[in-house]
Design a protein around this ligand. Structure first.
Ligand code: HEC
Length: 383
C-alpha cells in the first residue's frame, strides 16, 4: 500500500511513455514498408489510426491530469494493437513482432498508469472482505457447484456445435481459420455448386459437362438456360442422389428453385442475421458470464488475478462480436474472432475449474469456528 512514494511522478512518466508509444505506432508503417508505406492499406491504417488515438489520449491526459479514463482508453488501444489481425496472421513476421513489442510495452505502461487496475484500490477506499465458499451454507454450495457443472456442459456443447457447423466449409476436412471466416465473409471465389463439382462431386460429372455448368454459372444462372442445358445433366448425373425421389435427404437439384441456392456467389451472413446473432449472443453470453463470475467471486485468490479473470470474458465477448462485422468486411479478422473466443473460453474454464476445485477440496468452516465476516475475519489479512 505504501510502495508508491511519489505516485504523481510515476503517473506523469506513464503519460510520457504513452505519448512515445503512440508516436512509434504512428511511425511504424514507414519503418516496415519504407517510403511506400501506403502499399498495404490495411496495415497502414491500423497503425495510423491507433497511433494517432494513442497520441490524442496521452496529450489529453497531460492537460486533464485528474481524469482516469485516458489510462483505460490507452489500455484498450494497446490490447487492440496485440489483437489486430495482421499481428495474428503469421504472413508478415516483422509486423507481428513490432505489434507485440508495442502492445506489450503499452500494457506495462497502462498497468502503471492505472494503479487501481486489477484490484489496487485507492488509499482512502475502505476494503470490503467478500464472502468465500467456506462462508456459504451447504445449500448455496450445492447450487453453485451444480450451476458451474451445467454451464460447463453447455460450453462443451457450444464448442461441439461450432465444430459441426464450421468444419470443412472450405472443402478440406477439419477446422481452419478459413472455416471461421466463411460464414461471415462468404466464399466469394465462386459458387458452392462449382466448389463441390471441383471437389467432392468431381467424379460424378464429365469435364465437358462441368464446362457447361460453369459457363451457366458465369452467365448469371438463368432459368431458361437451366431448363435447356443443365436440367438434362442433372437428371443424368445427379438425380440418383439429389432428387426427392432418390430419398437420400440431399438437396434436390432437379428444379431451378432447388439448385439456385448453391448457384449464386456467397457473400456470407447478411447484416440482419449478424445483428440478430449479436443480440442473442450478447444477452446469452452476458448472463452466463455474470452467473459464472458471481460464483467465482467466492473463490480465495489474489484480488488482481480474480478481477482479471472476471473482467476478461466481458472484454473478449465484445471484441469477438465486433470482429464478426469486421470479418464480413475482410476475412483476415477471423484471427481476432478466434483469439477473443479463446480468451473467453479460457476465462470461463478457469472460473469453472477453480470454483469447483475450491468448493470440493477446500475444507468448509467447522462448527464453532467464527465466520470471516466477524471482526476477527475482516481485520486479518485480506483476500
Ligand atoms: C452417389 C450420390 C451422389 C451423386 C450421384 C451426386 N452427389 Fe452431390 N452430394 C452427395 C452427398 C452424399 C452430399 C453431401 C456431402 C457432404 O455434405 O459432405 C452431396 C453434396 C452436394 C452438394 C453440396 C450441397 C450443400 O448444400 O452443401 C452439391 C452442390 C452437390 N452435391 C452437387 C452435385 C451435383 C451437381 C451432382 C451431379 C453432377 C452430384 N452432386 C451428384 C451425393 C451425391
Amino acid at each position: 500500500m505504501n510502495t508508491e512514494i511519489h505516485p504523481g511522478n510515476r503517473r506523469i512518466a506513464a503519460r510520457s511513455y504513452a505519448l512515445i508509444i503512440g508516436v512509434l505506432t504512428a511511425l511504424a508503417p514507414w519503418y516496415i514498408s519504407g517510403p511506400l508505406a501506403t502499399l498495404n492499406p490495411g496495415i497502414f491504417w491500423t497503425y495510423m489510426i491507433t497511433g494517432l488515438l494513442m497520441i490524442g489520449v496521452a496529450i489529453f491526459a497531460f492537460v486533464w491530469r485528474r481524469s482516469y479514463w485516458p489510462a483505460w482508453a490507452f489500455f484498450l488501444l494497446t490490447v487492440w494493437i496485440i489483437l489486430a489481425p495482421d499481428t495474428l496472421s503469421t504472413s508478415t513476421k516483422d509486423v507481428s513482432i513490432i505489434h507485440f513489442i508495442l502492445g506489450a510495452a503499452g500494457i506495462v505502461v497502462s498497468i502503471f498508469w492505472i494503479r487501481r487496475m486489477f484490484g489496487r484500490m485507492p488509499h482512502d477506499r475502505p476494503k470490503v472482505q467478500g464472502r468465500r465458499f467456506k462462508d456459504c451454507s451447504s445449500s448455496e454450495r450445492t447450487l453453485f457447484g451444480l450451476v458451474m457443472i451445467v454451464m460447463g456442459l453447455g460450453y462443451c456443447m457450444a464448442l461441439g456445435y461450432l465444430y459441426l457447423t464450421h468444419a470443412g466449409l472450405n472443402g478440406k476436412p477439419g477446422m481452419s481459420v478459413q472455416d471461421i471466416a466463411i460464414p461471415y465473409y462468404g466464399n466469394r471465389s465462386g459458387t458452392r455448386l462449382e466448389l463441390m463439382l471441383r471437389g467432392q462431386m468431381r467424379d460424378k460429372i464429365s469435364p465437358e459437362e462441368l464446362d457447361q455448368v460453369v459457363a451457366w454459372l458465369k452467365s448469371g444462372s438463368t432459368e431458361d438456360v437451366y431448363d435447356e442445358t443443365i436440367y438434362p445433366i442433372i437428371m443424368k448425373d445427379c438425380a440418383g442422389c439429389h432428387s426427392a425421389k432418390a430419398g437420400k435427404n440431399l438437396p434436390d437439384y432437379t428444379s431451378y428453385e432447388g439448385i439456385i441456392g448453391v448457384s449464386r456467389v456467397d457473400h456470407g451472413m447478411s447484416i440482419e442475421t449478424l445483428v440478430k446473432l449479436s443480440h442473442i449472443h450478447l444477452f446469452g453470453i452476458g448472463l452466463v458470464t455474470f452467473v459464472l463470475g458471481f460464483v467465482f467471486t467466492f473463490t480465495t485468490l489474489p484480488t488482481w488475478l480474480k478481477n482479471l479473470i472476471i473482467v476478461a470474458p466481458f472484454f473478449a465477448m465484445v471484441i469477438d462480436i465486433t470482429t464478426w462485422y469486421l470479418t464480413k468486411w475482410d476475412p483476415v479478422f477471423a484471427y481476432t474472432v478466434i483469439v477473443s473466443g479463446l480468451i473467453l473460453g479460457s476465462a470461463w474454464g478457469l472460473q469453472i475449474m477453480l470454483s469447483l476445485y475450491q468448493l470440493i477440496f477446500l475444507p468448509g468452516r467447522h462448527a464453532g469456528q467464527p465466520p470471516s465476516s466477524t471482526p476477527m475475519g475482516t481485520t486479518g489479512s485480506n483476500t
